[in-house]
Design a binder for this molecule. Structure first.
Ligand SMILES: *[C@@H]1O[C@H](CO)[C@@H](O)[C@H](O)[C@H]1NC(C)=O
Ligand SMILES: *[C@@H]1O[C@H](CO)[C@@H](O)[C@H](O)[C@H]1NC(C)=O
Ligand SMILES: *[C@@H]1O[C@H](CO)[C@@H](O)[C@H](O)[C@H]1NC(C)=O
Length: 365
């Protein structure tokens, strides 16, 4: 049996021992596997005809791809930027790759990883189920099936990055007026974290070695909060952000437990919440003229109507806005977040940044 051991020493630098494995030139990462919600979705919902959470119409994609791709922003997402930094092609949505295999235009699954994220989904199965989204458990099952059928190479999995970002939709849904939550905020967050624990356990057992866990952003600040009764307009929704911070803290602790529970595996925690708050407190420094309203949408804060739906309005300079639409950051925001995660300091991502993680040498015995 092959064992993979990571040797870490002082202050986030890594001791490289000579061994039978050769040192990779450049970055040691051929692929990224991506799981989560609309922050990452690159078109899975678009290829899922049963799903009504969509962004596959103009002006989504208008500032980079110049056509809608199913991404919920005006250009690239964090997963796209990190792929560019590593120097590998952008990951395809799993459902697109699957379709291509079925119709014969592709012979095998891509070697640069795949994107399983589904907009609107959460870590709780029930979240936005009525929209036909793919919850994290089903995303995991899609990946697991490919691994079990040997359609993804084990060696590839060991060397890949695994990205996880989910939970915003669960927390936002907690505040919907109908149905009414039956759990306290703390119990609800705990139920979310137990699903994340399960996800991490499963993904580790399937061979994931380098895992990126990304915190939620300040969900209580999204323009779409104006859809909720009782949410403040002139400031962020404090009650919601409190739950988000609680969840993020639990997520960071889960990350710390990974190398202990799964020797040879390693996880980093991306502090997206804190990173976005620095943009909000110092907009000009980061090139923002508006960190409150949606560039594209309508109504209070631009938060009452989805971008692209009948009657929407579009701002002149999307990349001067923190928010592209009622829920989602602009490409400019994603780019800044990506840079912070890639090469940022301990306050942005820890214990090491993605650049270090991507260049870690896994020592095989
Ligand atoms: C990866 O690390 C090695 C050893 O520290 C270094 O020589 C190499 O330049 C690094 N590669 C990149 C792309 O940073
Ligand atoms: C197969 O599916 C892909 C993805 O939808 C599509 O772009 C392509 O044109 C299809 N090819 C054939 C031969 O039908
Ligand atoms: C389609 O979505 C509905 C909910 O809108 C769900 O009940 C049904 O099971 C889904 N069908 C498929 C084939 O996924």
């Amino acid at each position: 049996m092959e064992r993979v051991i990571i040797i870490q020493f002082f202050f986030a630098s890594f001791l490289l021992l000579s061994s039978s494995t050769s040192l990779a030139v450049g970055f040691n990462v051929p692929a990224i596997f991506i799981f989560g919600d609309s922050i990452f979705d690159a078109g899975n919902n678009h290829y899922n005809k049963n799903c009504s959470a969509q962004a596959d119409f103009p002006p989504y994609g208008s500032n980079f791809f110049h056509h809608p791709t199913g991404r919920f922003t005006n250009g690239r997402t964090v997963a796209d930027f990190i792929s560019e930094f590593i120097g590998i092609p952008l990951q395809k949505p799993f459902l697109e790759a699957q379709l291509e295999l079925v119709n014969g235009s592709r012979k095998e699954y891509p070697s640069n990883g795949m994107n399983f994220a589904s907009a609107g989904s959460g870590v709780l199965r029930a979240t936005n189920q009525d929209l036909g989204v793919t919850p994290i458990q089903d995303q995991l099952q899609q990946f697991k099936t490919l691994v079990q059928q040997n359609l993804i190479n084990n060696k590839l999995i060991q060397n890949s990055l695994f990205f996880f970002e989910s939970g915003s939709n669960d927390i936002f849904s907690y505040f919907y007026p109908f149905g009414g939550p039956t759990l306290t905020p703390d119990a609800y967050v705990q139920s979310m974290l137990s699903e994340v624990t399960n996800f991490i356990d499963q993904i580790s057992k399937l061979g994931a070695r380098r895992i990126g866990l990304f915190s939620l952003g300040p969900v209580g600040c999204v323009p779409a909060r104006t859809l909720l009764p009782g949410a403040p307009v002139t400031k962020c929704y404090g009650k919601m952000n409190k739950m988000v911070k609680n969840y993020n803290m639990g997520l960071e602790n889960l990350g710390k437990s990974i190398p202990i529970k799964y020797p040879g595996s390693f996880a980093v925690y991306g502090a997206v919440y804190k990173t976005v708050q620095t943009f909000r407190t110092n907009p000009k420094r980061y090139g923002f003229s508006d960190v409150t309203n949606a560039c594209c949408g309508d109504g209070t804060l631009g938060g009452l109507l989805q971008c692209g739906k009948e009657g929407y309005k579009l701002c002149v300079k999307p990349n001067e806005y923190l928010f592209w639409d009622y829920f989602h950051p602009s490409e400019h925001t994603y780019k800044l977040i990506s840079k912070a995660l890639w090469s940022g300091s301990h306050s942005r991502i820890r214990p090491v940044n993605l650049k270090t993680l991507a260049n870690m040498t896994l020592i095989q015995h």
